[in-house]
Design a protein around this ligand. Structure first.
Ligand code: MUC
Ligand code: MG
Length: 372
């Protein structure tokens, strides 16, 4: 069913985090959200979102730049055009502009929601079909106060059944971090595995020793331990390090993902549409992982329940999701923009089954939150 675009409009929203997220690249306290609404000539509207954690800190994107790409450069070009499906739409966006994965993700998400609503089909069907309908979700413990982190972990496991705990590292003294993460791994041994994420913090020459120390205290998997560009050291870590090494910031599109897969510069990929270049590029990134028999992990940019529903649909469609996901954005944001929040129960997120993204926007709250 072709989509004939009548117009695209945007809304800016800032959401606070329930509590700051300490990372090796700084402390994140707010989420910048851009809603993208695509209206077709039949009056049906699809909605997507882009999220940037505060500013150009996790990667080079800002929500202001994303807004400019969507409103100034993409919307005027797309107005009045007709597209048969998401794949054709995605190719048109790739021809139109370079980079700006957050903008392309929001535009593709909006088109996917619209196409699903028009056809009465859930997003996952338009992405190739569901290989799973329950997505495991990790929980992220803060790296600051051990007693608080343990209490938070006990509550999270008790109330939501998480089986993977994520901790940000590369922030403080390594000896202190190894001791801190080790205490948590021991506390939850047999109930939850531990994933650490250094967000590129460690020097190439130090990473093997540091990761081996984290392995020795019970860590199962590490995300992006070193600089995104350093494929050679990542390949050495995969060969010599006893725990799984997930590439995250490094994977800036399917072509880079294919290089990392061919060079065995990761034992797994974190999947992130905004970083990959859009929803279709995440499917291509996951295909590169499958071709090289790598494991995948559904990453987060702390999306609201709208974005979470879209990334969950992608996570449901990809071949491998051995490491589950970290789709805990709605649990970390102080407010949501849907009438019900997508949060895990018994450790998993159930994929929405309604047409499109399958969530209902809280339009009153959005109006109140919108930055004028
Ligand atoms: C990442 O994996 O680098 C957003 C929340 C979180 O826990 O990590 C970041 C993304
Ligand atoms: Mg990461």
């Amino acid at each position: 069913m072709a989509i004939h675009i009548q117009g695209i409009r945007t809304q800016r929203i800032d959401l606070q985090l329930r509590r700051p997220l300490r990372t090796s690249f700084g402390q994140i306290v707010e989420q910048h959200v851009l809603l993208v609404r695509t209206l077709d000539t039949d009056g049906v509207e699809g909605v997507g979102e882009a999220c940037v954690m505060g500013g150009p800190y996790w990667n080079a994107e800002t929500i202001e730049g994303t807004l400019a790409t969507v409103a100034r450069y993409a919307a005027p070009y797309l107005k009045g055009r007709r597209f048969e499906n998401l794949s054709e739409y995605s190719r048109a966006l790739h021809r139109l502009f370079r980079g700006n994965g957050a903008a392309r993700t929001a535009l593709e998400m909006s088109f996917l929601d619209l196409a699903g609503k028009k056809s009465g089909r859930p997003a996952v069907e338009l992405l190739g079909g569901a290989r799973r309908t329950s997505i495991p979700v990790a929980w992220t413990l803060d790296s600051g106060n051990l007693a608080d982190a343990i209490a938070d972990g006990e509550r999270a496991i008790e109330e939501r059944g998480h089986r993977l705990l994520k901790l940000k590292v590369g922030i403080d003294d390594t000896n202190a971090e190894v001791a801190y993460v080790g205490a948590i791994a021991r506390r939850f041994e047999g109930r939850a595995r531990v994933l650490i994420d250094a967000n590129q913090a460690w020097a190439a020459g130090d990473a093997l020793d540091i990761l081996t120390r984290f392995h020795d205290v019970g860590v199962a998997v590490a995300e992006q331990p070193i600089a995104a560009h350093d494929m050679e050291t990542m390949a050495r870590l995969v060969r010599e390090c006893p725990i799984d090494i997930l590439a995250d910031e490094a994977l800036t599109g399917p072509a880079v993902a294919a290089q990392f897969a061919a060079a065995k510069s990761a034992s797994g990929f974190a999947l992130k549409p905004q970083r990959d270049g859009g929803l279709m590029d995440t499917l291509a990134t996951a295909a590169a992982a499958e071709a090289a028999n790598l494991r995948c992990y559904g990453g987060t940019m702390l999306e609201t329940s709208l974005g979470t529903a879209a990334v969950a649909a992608v996570c449901a469609a990809v071949v491998d999701l051995s490491w589950g996901s970290e789709l805990f954005g709605p649990l970390r944001l102080a407010a949501d923009i849907t009438t019900t929040s997508l949060v895990p129960r018994a450790g998993v997120l159930e994929l929405p089954t309604g047409p499109g993204l399958g969530v209902t926007l809280d339009e009153d709250r959005i109006r109140r939150l919108e930055l004028k």
